[in-house]
Design a protein around this ligand. Structure first.
Ligand SMILES: *Cc1c(COP(=O)(O)O)cnc(C)c1O
Length: 398
């Protein structure tokens, strides 16, 4: 048996790799530089172009580009009319922003449990948490895999709920042949550097509803309109005139970021292909390793995977997850954990959320770790990752 680097053995590689990394090329840099040399660095033509491109790519009727994924979720909740006294059902197996967006609007996040094999929100648990106050569902395409859209759509239709999809992980994913972004009432994306495509910080919202679209536009730019048809006091005084008709925020994106986003969107299909190749290789390598559980995919989802998660079957290993994680670090493969159940954080605990709310999510959390997945990983990098996982699993096998 190979000696673990953690115990003084030779690490599987000398250069550290991380669980995720942006993929920025000279073409992206040139696209940004071109905008910086021109007349508009914000509120210019590149934002409009990125919106058109994203709408075309996802098949959604409308797209609004905004400053980040969290702003996108906030705008979605505003457009959905969420306010004080409302409840919004989401998953605890996510980044905090999926729940915080309800709190921004004075509403209460309610956590439904997850499926133990896909780790996505369980539609039956959504159903079990519906009350007369429930207004919306924020369903997260965890790791990039589409949620059970058909089932969630049916529940939302039955109870008159707004279906918001947090697709921060899922740009490029399709469900039954249709792109994520065209399926829920409102879909939110993030372009943070760890996500599949990036422009530094960035976000987007897509919808097929003109009504939601108009509200999203207002929410992300101060509630200000220049459209005469939306104005109360028209006929206006001149072409300089605009009106603030609701309370909005400044959640706009700069034009140079939008240029980078367009450049990245052009490469998304290539990124997807490489990500899928790596996922396939990892799945094949890990499926028969004792102590390692591979995430299950539903056949409806053609997933552009953002994260690759291995779940430790701790009954079959002599180590803790912490020891496994540290052993990976010592091999120079830096993992991350996605995610600590959101309601465990002090902010939510102080609001009265208690451990035990979502037993499946809590149990899954105890065994998961995210290993490196991004398009620039070479075959030898992924070989090293597999080597490290197998070496450690073998060492700690019961
Ligand atoms: C990253 C992320 C967000 C927030 O996106 P930002 O662009 O970082 O604000 C929201 N939800 C999920 C699931 C995320 O992973």
């Amino acid at each position: 048996m190979e000696q673990l680097a953690l115990m003084g053995g030779k690490p599987v590689r000398t250069e550290k790799i991380f669980y995720g990394r942006q993929c920025v090329g000279e073409d992206d840099i040139e696209a940004v530089a071109q905008v910086l040399r021109g007349p508009y660095i914000t509120c210019g033509p590149k934002v409009d172009e990125a919106e058109q491109k994203l709408a075309a790519y996802t098949g959604a009727r409308y797209a609004v580009i905004c400053s980040n994924g969290t702003a996108a979720l906030h705008c979605a909740c505003i457009a959905a009319g969420i306010g004080p006294g409302d409840e919004v059902i989401t998953t605890p197996m996510t980044f905090a922003a999926s729940a915080n967006c309800a709190v921004y609007c004075g509403a209460k996040p309610v956590f439904a449990d997850i499926d133990p094999e896909t780790y996505n929100i369980d539609p039956e648990s959504i159903r079990a948490h519906i009350t007369p106050r429930t207004k919306a569902v924020v369903a997260v395409d965890f790791t990039g895999q589409a949620v059970k859209i058909k089932e969630i759509r049916a529940i939302c239709d039955q109870y008159g709920l707004v279906f918001i999809e947090d697709a921060a992980h899922a740009i490029g994913t399709a469900y039954n042949g249709k792109m994520v972004g065209s399926l829920a009432d409102i879909t939110c994306f993030s372009f943070h550097p760890v996500k599949t495509i990036t422009c530094g910080e960035g976000g987007a919202i897509t919808t097929n509803s003109k009504d939601y679209y108009q509200k999203l536009v207002l929410a992300h730019t101060h509630g200000i309109t220049r459209e005469e048809s939306q104005m109360e006091d028209a006929p206006h005084e001149g072409i300089w005139y605009y009106e603030q008709i609701s309370l909005g925020y400044n959640y706009r994106m700069t034009d140079f970021q939008a240029a980078m986003l367009i450049s990245q969107l052009n490469k998304l299909e290539g990124f997807k292909k490489r990500r899928q190749e790596i996922v396939k290789k990892y799945d094949a390598a890990f499926k028969d390793v004792p102590g390692i559980i591979v995430q299950r995919e539903i056949p409806e989802s053609d997933t552009c995977r953002h994260l690759y998660i291995i779940r430790l079957d701790l009954d079959k290993l002599t180590c803790t997850r912490r020891q496994f994680f540290d052993a990976m670090s010592a091999e120079n493969v830096q993992c991350q954990i996605h995610y600590v159940p959101v309601y465990w954080f002090p902010f939510y605990r102080h609001k009265g959320y208690e451990k035990g709310l979502c037993p499946v999510a809590e149990d899954v959390y105890k065994g998961i770790l995210s290993i490196p997945l991004y398009p620039m990983l070479s075959d030898s990098d992924t070989d090293d990752v597999i080597h490290a996982v197998k070496k450690i699993a073998e060492y700690y096998a019961k």
